[in-house]
Design a protein around this ligand. Structure first.
Ligand code: PMP
Ligand code: GLN
Length: 393
């Protein structure tokens, strides 16, 4: 007699036991459920330039629909090289030093997988973007968390220096910074360059908000600093720059030996990235105006949003770049100000009709400083609607 076995799914030991659904997805779902104005997850609620859509259509109709080269469409890599030279003064080899990726998220993960061996330490500066830590853990790396200075979110070089040891393989930085909106100064980048100079520590520089820097300041790309560029994977995202976050196309610029290792992983990770979109981006990049004008575009929205919030009891933190505005909730007149940030954001979404992201989501230990993040990459009428709802606080 045969034994009838019920079909069962074998039990798993999770590779990421502490990870649930990302806060961005959670808050966007809650915003939809409660018809709240979604200033949580960072994405524009307006469409991209119709000319860019036309370029994609032309590329598709022009037969650019099969696998592109593994490293990315040459015209797009060349356009990136030209931009890096023009903006950051660094000549880069489009064939050996630039790779097109499926967004910044894949770029960062692939860079980590390419260089981090099990047991290697990787320094992250908290608060940090939520993919970094799971990426390091999946590579078998050891996460070393160094806080940015509480209150100002500036890098604390004494603490970074103290965290560097014989097992440190890389440090991950992000400027302009999500979630705080701070932008590293030239002096800070020089300090990092000096600190890393005597070490073999690699740099992963997440620069997805490079074209959103306000008040006349310049983005201090790692590519401007020879000592940093020589050890760096510099990550950009077309999604942020051209209002197309759903397209998931980005780039990594890195010296040839780093790029060679990066591509070994990339080819077995995604292999290639959407062909017609790459062709469209390449021709669209011929005109630098859209990215050169982006800071002014978002600065106007930042100012409009800050002006409205200044009528409330939210205390505004500086927003030097990105499309995020952080506020302290500790001086609000409502009792919910005493809730943990995450619960406050849920309440704000449900009862006030505006979604936001708690800063605690960007810390491994859920550090609660009574600060939440709004995204102002929204149409003016969306921002006015949100401000009207927030006005009672
Ligand atoms: N890094 C940071 C700091 C981000 O804010 C984002 C956007 N969510 C990403 C990386 C990921 O960018 P992409 O959508 O191109 O993967
Ligand atoms: N980067 C965006 C944010 O910080 C969204 C990222 C995501 O949804 N994973 O809100």
């Amino acid at each position: 007699m045969t034994t009838e076995l019920l079909p069962t799914t074998p039990p798993l030991r999770s590779r990421l036991p502490n990870v649930g659904t990302t806060i961005f997805t959670v808050m966007s779902s809650l915003a939809t459920e409660h018809r709240a104005v979604n200033l949580g997850q960072g994405f524009p609620d307006f469409d991209c330039d119709p000319a860019l859509l036309e370029s994609v259509k032309l590329a598709m109709e022009g037969g650019h629909n099969q696998y592109p080269p593994m490293t990315g469409v040459p015209a797009l890599r060349q356009a990136m090289a030209a931009k890096v030279q023009a903006l950051y003064g660094r000549p880069v080899d489009a064939d050996r030093e630039i790779t097109i990726t499926a967004g910044a998220t894949q770029a960062i993960f692939t860079a980590i997988l390419a260089v981090v061996h099990p047991g290697d330490e990787v320094i992250v500066l908290e608060p940090c973007y939520d993919s970094y830590v799971p990426n390091i853990e999946l590579a078998g790396g050891v996460v070393v968390r160094v806080p940015l200075t509480p209150g100002s979110f500036r890098p604390d070089f004494d603490r970074i220096a103290a965290a560097i040891g014989p097992r440190t393989r890389a440090i991950l930085i992000n400027s302009p910074h999500n979630p705080s909106g701070t932008v590293w100064t030239e002096a800070e980048m020089l300090q990092l360059q000096d600190l890393l100079a005597p070490t073999n520590v690699l740099l992963i520089s997440d620069e997805v908000y490079e074209h959103m820097v306000f008040d006349g300041e310049a983005h201090q790309s790692a590519l401007r600093f020879p000592g940093l560029a020589a050890r760096a994977f510099v990550v950009s995202s077309f999604g942020k720059t051209y209002h197309v976050t759903g397209w998931k196309v980005g780039t990594v610029v890195a010296p040839a030996p780093l790029t060679a290792e990066f591509r070994k992983v990339h080819q077995f990770n995604v292999f290639t990235v959407n062909t017609p979109v790459q062709h469209a981006l390449a021709s669209y990049m011929a005109n630098p105006a859209p990215y050169l004008e982006l800071s002014a575009f978002y600065q106007r929205k930042r100012d409009l949003f800050r002006e409205g919030l200044s009528q409330t009891r939210f205390r505004l933190l500086p927003s030097e770049g990105t499309y995020f505005q952080c506020v302290s909730i500790s001086e609000l007149a409502v009792p919910e100000r005493d809730l943990p940030e995450g619960d406050f954001c849920q309440w704000l979404t449900r009862e006030v009709g505006v979604a936001a992201i708690p800063l605690s989501a960007f810390y491994g230990n859920g550090f609660d400083q009574k600060v939440i993040r709004f995204c102002f990459a929204k149409r003016d009428d969306t921002l006015f609607e949100a401000l009207q709802r927030l006005n009672r606080l």
